[in-house]
Design a binder for this molecule. Structure first.
Ligand code: FE
Ligand code: FE
Ligand code: MG
Length: 161
């Protein structure tokens, strides 16, 4: 916790910490979604896809780390019970029903599109009110945009006949 760090935030602290915890729930679910997707995905391009999904899983985990550090810095407590991930999440978790490479990619693209919306909205909300959180969220948003693009590019390449 940082006293001055909290003082300079021109936004309701409790509300901000809650928003960061909601994003944290999304990041944990995204981490697992990518992680398990990499295990079960099937198809002729699965080796390329596994590599990409594993990389994204690690990056989602890093996002969870960044959010948690900021929550603690602001005097908050990160979600302590995984059961609360479902209560806090905006983007949810898409349980893989079909392990086909195309379906797995589509599930993850859906998740990324949701994440891009979440971070974009939150950035609009805190613009000019908390520079440090803004900087962290902007870095995360940039990576979510890259995630969507990476998956979409693979999907498009697979679908070229
Ligand atoms: Fe993320
Ligand atoms: Fe992502
Ligand atoms: Mg990537």
């Amino acid at each position: 916790m940082g006293t001055q760090a909290q003082k300079i935030v021109k936004y309701d602290l409790e509300k901000l910490i809650n928003e960061l915890n909601k994003a944290l729930a999304d990041e944990w679910l995204a981490t697992y979604q990518y992680w398990v997707g990499a295990k079960v995905v099937r198809g002729p391009f699965s080796s390329i896809i596994v590599k990409e999904l594993e990389e994204h899983s690690k990056e989602e985990y890093e996002h969870a780390e960044m959010l948690t550090e900021r929550i603690i810095q602001l005097g908050g407590t990160p979600i302590l019970d995984p059961q609360d991930w479902y209560k806090f999440t905006t983007c949810g978790y898409i349980k893989p029903k079909n392990f086909n490479q195309i379906e797995i990619l589509k599930d993850n693209i859906k998740g990324e599109r949701c994440a891009i919306g979440v971070y974009n909205n939150l950035l609009e909300e805190i613009k000019g009110k908390d520079h440090t959180t803004f900087h962290i969220l902007r870095k995360i948003l940039k990576e979510e945009i890259e995630h969507e693009e990476d998956l979409q590019t693979i999907l498009e390449n697979i679908q070229i006949k």
